[in-house]
Design a protein around this ligand. Structure first.
Ligand code: ADP
Ligand code: MG
Length: 716
């Protein structure tokens, strides 16, 4: 989807034709008097094919243009602007001493100006005697007269040659440009058609609507962008255009959502105090206040036949699993099925183990579906799922993509959303047997999604936030050590192990390759050295599931002191007695990933510590990530930092989810406008779900275009 491209210019008022002298938005650029064949080709190459495209081609900034002075009135040591005829010019090559320079003499009848450009030899093909130029730059008084070095320059047309003095300073648009179509040429073409073109632009927002928001009309906004009277106008115009871009996106999201709500049904689940009590009796602790709130939000959602789409955002260890389990058990209580999907087999196995433990002795039939099952085991589970003989399925995300059929899927929980694109949710539809039925969906993410992203990429999800940690959990003390001092970290590990605690050592590789520390050799080295006499074992994703499980089981049972692991432990591993962690090559890991990894400790009552070891030659950005982690344990702060370091598109697979970058909006500064657009879009679609009123026709057309075009520039 591409918002923004659809801030189209209307073609509904097409009257007249080029031959009548009327400039239409659909007029090809080549048909304009000012546009040479060469320029026309250059504009076309930039995607600017029609007058409408030109109006949409917004300056990326504005530059102050000084009031013009006649040459005779020029003073030294000031930024000045003047114009004159080129009467002589020459290129002086850069051999020997002296830089290559291009010199021109300008006369305007009031005086003589010498202009010099250094290191721009191509100017000799651009500027020649007889041309009129406007130049702007810093003036200097020389013995010979006034001189300007390296000014900005513009070629003047026939009608612009009269000498000007006085006038006012103005803001000049600077357009995205190329060498063949420089900004000043684009400006000249736009100036020539702007007023007439603007008269043809209809607004898709009514005057009343704009008035309530103190926004100018679309035509005014474009005028202010191309020809602002002052700085303030640029701000006013930008606000309107950014709002439009965001509104389009949010309307699209809300329309899609309204359509799903109308056409798709989910089973309305039962809730009663008895059911509630029954579910809670399974939990080994009382829910925190934050968990209570989210449980209530979920219980309210799933009692409706409108499919729930809810995102639970909560830091590592915030206690999301039990909240998800509540939703799943509601499905089971209503004789539907539930599924929990995790991004890795290890995590699926752990969910399976902990949920099985909580449900032990009850009547809920639970199964684990992963890639490591034998074919007959797998067939058996699939058959029982289809027959409704399994109530709760735990699996990996592949459950979504494979031919798994449920008898009646009521609730789906997707753990760790950031590992895959949001579109996978669409596949859920086909899982429930009925084309118009869709399970209630709960997405859990342990990497807190910055608020900005939650409103955009996940704009059609309701968001619940689990703030804070369950009782008894303490933040992890984190420090950084250069690799030369790694022994200190292991001495510390040894000391803690001797106190009866356990530790993780995280390394980036399984096998030695590329000089990074790996699981196997690190195990050997530690056993022989710093941790001699301690029980050290290694675990990584390439081990067989049974082997891995066995090792994890031994670690959980306290039979292993130090577990050397790759990032397989990133998600879900929960061993309360493990309170120490060393991360080797910490600067090589992503920020969100480091936060996840660190989240494996600090789960028990011990005060826990994490040592991040950084390489000698760590990159600057690698160091920034490590420092961010040392500075805070607040996942929301880390998420914002991650966003800053990686950029919007990279974070959380938004690019993969098919969301185009914005044309104008910059979410780090337009958050208020985003909120406003979202609020307005929600209200709008609630009032008019399909935009079918006559006065909404234009908006609807532009919206359709924004979504259908996928960002392509189309003729208006
Ligand atoms: P995450 O949000 O990272 O998935 P978990 O659901 O794994 O977190 O919970 C983290 C730990 O906190 C688990 O050991 C869980 O049993 C424990 N926990 C969750 N809720 C509570 C609670 N209300 N009181 C005490 N411990 C809790
Ligand atoms: Mg979890």
């Amino acid at each position: 989807m591409r918002a923004g491209s659809g801030l189209g210019v209307s073609c509904s008022v097409m009257t007249g034709s080029v031959s009548d002298g009327a400039v239409l938005l659909t007029t090809p650029v080549e048909a304009l008097g000012d546009v040479s064949a060469e320029l026309g080709a250059a504009l076309r190459g930039m995607g600017l094919r029609s007058v409408g495209h030109l109006v949409h081609h917004l300056p990326h900034r504005h530059e102050r243009e000084e009031a013009e002075t006649t040459i005779g009135d020029l003073a030294g040591d000031a930024v000045v602007s003047t114009r004159g005829e080129v009467t002589a010019c020459r290129f002086v090559g850069g051999r020997g001493r002296g830089k290559a320079r291009f010199e021109a003499v300008l006369l305007d009848g009031t005086g003589r100006l010498d202009v010099v450009w250094f290191n721009q030899p191509y100017l000799r093909h651009k500027i020649e005697p007889g041309m009129w130029l406007r130049v702007q730059g810093k003036s200097k008084m020389k013995r010979t007269g006034v001189q300007i070095v390296n000014p900005r320059w513009w070629v003047l047309k026939e009608g612009e040659r009269e000498v000007r003095g006085g006038g006012e300073a103005r803001l000049r648009p600077v357009y995205p440009a190329t060498e063949e179509a420089p900004s000043w040429m684009i400006e000249r073409v736009i100036v020539g058609v702007l007023d007439e073109a603007l008269g043809q632009i209809d607004d898709h927002l009514s005057e009343g609507y704009r008035g309530e928001r103190s926004m100018p009309s679309l035509a005014e906004a474009y005028r202010m962008m191309h020809r602002p009277a002052d700085e303030e106008e640029i701000g006013v115009a930008r606000r309107r255009l950014v709002y439009d871009e965001l509104l389009m996106m949010q309307l699209g999201v809300q329309m899609r959502r309204a359509k799903v709500a109308k056409e798709m049904h989910a089973p309305a689940l039962r809730w009663s105090e008895a059911i509630d009590a029954h579910i809670r009796a399974r939990f080994p602790f009382t829910l925190t206040e934050a968990q209570e709130t989210v449980v209530q939000e979920i219980a309210r959602d799933v009692q409706k036949s409108v499919p729930m789409h809810r995102l639970i955002q909560g830091d590592v260890g915030a206690g999301k699993t039990v909240v998800a389990l509540y939703a799943m058990l509601m499905a089971v209580a209503s004789e539907h099925q539930a599924a929990l999907m995790a991004p890795t087999e290890l995590l699926a196995e752990q969910h399976f183990a902990s949920i099985s433990a909580m449900l032990e002795g009850g009547s809920v039939r639970i199964a684990l579906l992963t890639g490591s099952l034998s074919a007959p085991e797998r067939e058996g589970i699939l058959a029982r799922l289809g027959a409704g003989e399994i109530d709760l399925l735990v699996g990996t995300h592949s459950v979504l993509t494979e031919s798994v059929r449920f008898a009646s899927l009521g609730v789906v929980v997707i753990d760790e959303q950031h590992r895959f694109g949001v579109h996978q949710r669409a596949q859920l539809r086909e899982k429930s047997g009925n084309r118009y039925s869709m399970p209630h969906t709960l997405v859990m993410t342990a990497t807190p999604i910055p608020r900005t992203l939650a409103l955009t990429a996940f704009g059609d999800l309701d968001v619940s936030v689990l703030r804070g940690l369950p009782p008894g959990r303490k933040p992890v003390a984190t420090r950084m050590l250069p690799s030369a001092r790694a022994e200190e970290a292991y001495a510390f590990v040894r000391m803690r192990v001797e106190k009866g605690q356990q530790a993780y050592v995280v390394v980036p590789a399984v096998d030695s390759d590329g000089g990074l520390k790996d699981v196997r050799s690190t195990v050997r080295k530690l056993e022989a050295g710093a941790l001699a006499g301690k029980r050290v074992a290694g675990v990584h994703g390439r081990l067989k599931r049974a082997t891995r499980e066995q090792i994890m089981e031994r670690f959980r049972g306290g039979l292993i002191d130090v577990l050397v692991a790759t990032t397989v432990i990133e998600v879900g591993v929960d061993v309360a007695n493990a309170a120490v962690m060393v991360v080797e090559h910490a600067d090589r890991f992503g920020l969100a990933q480091l936060h996840q990894i660190r989240g494996r400790i600090g789960r028990g009552t011990h005060s826990s510590a994490c040592v991040l070891i950084v390489d000698e030659g760590a990159t600057e950005i690698g160091m920034e990530r490590v420092k961010a982690l040392v500075g805070t344990t607040d996942g929301f702060v880390i998420a914002e930092k991650d966003l800053e370091l990686r950029g919007m598109g990279e974070v959380l697979g938004v690019r993969q989810a098919g969301m185009a970058p914005f044309r104008l909006a910059d979410l780090s500064r337009d958050l208020d406008l985003l909120r406003m657009a979202r609020r307005d879009a929600i209200a709008w679609i609630a009032r008019s779900p399909r935009l079918e009123a006559p006065e909404e026709a234009l908006l609807k057309r532009r919206l359709a275009k924004a979504f259908v075009d996928g960002g392509e520039k189309t003729d208006v």
